[in-house]
Design a protein around this ligand. Structure first.
Ligand SMILES: [Zn+2]
Ligand SMILES: [Zn+2]
Length: 456
């Protein structure tokens, strides 16, 4: 059923159209979806990254990305300098990572002239929205740079994956400075492994968990509003250690480790202005999924809900009349294991590339796909024991399952709520619990001259 498509008349873009465009029926269901791989949350020489726009764009092209979104700290100067445009066949969009009193805020789709003029988190958010932009919380529950004020309203969403935070999980082991000798040995060991086999080290970061991010996301979603989830590379290619700057991990290594696919309703056409709107429209509405592409690229991933000719995909609501058929299609390699969650709890799973399930209850449905490579024996055992859930395996044998794809949710609404209609603008939100605080161990990390997100 899935087939590649893409107009033949669009030159280089068609190559990028990579990009699966997945057709599905019935035709009345509307448009195909065009899935574009990209990277968001990138730092350049405009703040504390080591790469120029030229370097970053060329790297994105070499990594087969369709778009990237740079987010230098507290500046939109790259727009004023004309850098928001197509660089070859890569669409380069420019946002900014604003430092607020509550944490870092990725502000997107703004004009180059925008000035926020405050560190107050809510005021920053409100001014970004008033200027026609939108934003997501950066690394919101990271131990090192958490978001601390969960009473804010009107955010579009949050980063569910942040590569710098995943790396921090390893670096953090090095930061227990109460045993400096052991810490240095660990750091040397990590560096040694990286020098010997950077791909293996980068791949291993994907196995560091993002449980807290997903828990926070599910908690927000349970309040009945919509939140988008993004996967930030937080790429700097710059780690200063004791006065020397190392360009690690490289931009390429970062782009090959974490990607955010935008699901467009129209194919990109090679015009920067209209394509910028198309990508941001996907972002604003959560037509997104997050991928660890070292397992495999996932341009053909699909998650749709259908009932009586009505269709929704990620980020979209659909009204439940009797039963909504949820269909997940994962790439058919690496032994995909699909996990379907309702309001954060697993309701179905499949150890194959396709899962169909009828939802008879309203709820927020999202999908996680794992690669079961190397876990075949376990799964045979699991089948024999008839364990009900991938959850069980996740708890006990996390190492055997590599995280691969995380969808944004489909919102299955009960009748009586207004659920139809394409692409609601991101909604205002309520409050959430749980302020976090900065882990004191990172003070030691920074004292040793190792830091990533350097600006306050
Ligand atoms: Zn950053
Ligand atoms: Zn940051």
């Amino acid at each position: 059923m899935a087939q590649l498509c893409g107009s033949r008349s669009q030159g280089a873009l068609r190559v990028i159209a990579v990009v699966a465009c997945v057709l599905f029926g019935p035709p009345a269901a509307g448009a195909p979806y065009y899935n574009y791989p990209g990277a968001i949350h990138i730092h350049t020489v405009y703040s504390d990254g080591s790469g120029t726009f030229q370097e970053v764009a060329e790297t994105a092209k070499a990594t087969q990305l369709a778009y990237i979104i740079t987010t230098d700290h507290n500046t939109l100067e790259p727009i004023r300098d004309g850098h928001q445009r197509y660089w070859g066949r890569v669409l380069v969009l420019v946002g900014t990572e604003i430092s607020t009193d509550a944490g870092h805020y990725l502000a997107l789709d703004l004009p180059g002239s925008f000035e926020w003029g405050t560190r107050d988190a809510q005021q920053v958010i409100d001014r970004v929205n008033a200027a026609g932009g939108f934003g997501v919380l950066a690394h919101p529950v990271s131990e090192r740079w958490p978001w601390t004020d969960w009473s804010v309203t009107s955010i579009a969403g949050l980063e569910i994956i942040n590569l710098a935070s995943l790396m921090d999980a390893d670096l953090r082991a090095v930061t227990q400075m109460n045993l400096p000798g052991r810490s240095l040995r660990r750091l040397a060991g990590l560096a040694q492994r990286y020098l010997t086999n950077p791909d293996a080290v980068m791949a291993s970061f994907a196995n560091n968990t993002v449980d807290r991010e997903r828990t926070q996301w599910d908690a927000l979603l349970r309040e009945g509003r919509q939140y988008i989830g993004t996967a930030g590379v937080d790429a700097h290619a710059r780690i200063p250690v004791a006065g020397t700057v190392y360009r690690v991990p490289t931009y390429r290594e970062a782009f090959e480790t974490v990607q955010t696919y935008a699901v467009a309703l129209e194919p990109l056409r090679g015009d920067a202005e209209s394509d910028r709107r198309e990508i941001y429209r996907a972002y604003r509405n959560g037509r997104l999924y997050m991928v660890y592409p070292r397992v495999a690229p996932a341009p053909e991933f699909r998650f749709v809900a259908e009932e009586a000719g009505r269709v929704a995909t990620m980020g979209q609501p659909i009204t439940l009349a009797e039963r909504v058929r949820l269909t997940v299609e994962a790439p058919d390699h690496s032994h995909p294991i699909i996990r379907l969650l309702r309001n954060g709890t697993e309701v179905a799973s499949a150890e194959e590339a396709r899962l169909e399930w009828d939802a008879t209850q309203p709820g927020v449905y999202r999908v996680e796909v794992y690669a079961g490579v190397g876990a075949g024996r376990l799964f045979d055992i699991r089948r024999g024991l008839r364990l009900p859930r991938v959850e069980e395996l996740l708890r006990s044998r996390r190492q055997e399952l590599q995280p691969w794809i995380m969808s944004n949710p489909i919102y299955v609404r009960g009748t009586g709520t207004s659920a139809q209609g394409e692409d609601p603008v991101f909604p205002a939100i309520g409050t959430v619990r749980r302020a976090s605080r900065i882990d004191p161990h990172y003070a030691a990390l920074e004292a040793a001259g190792i830091c990533c997100c350097m600006l306050p």
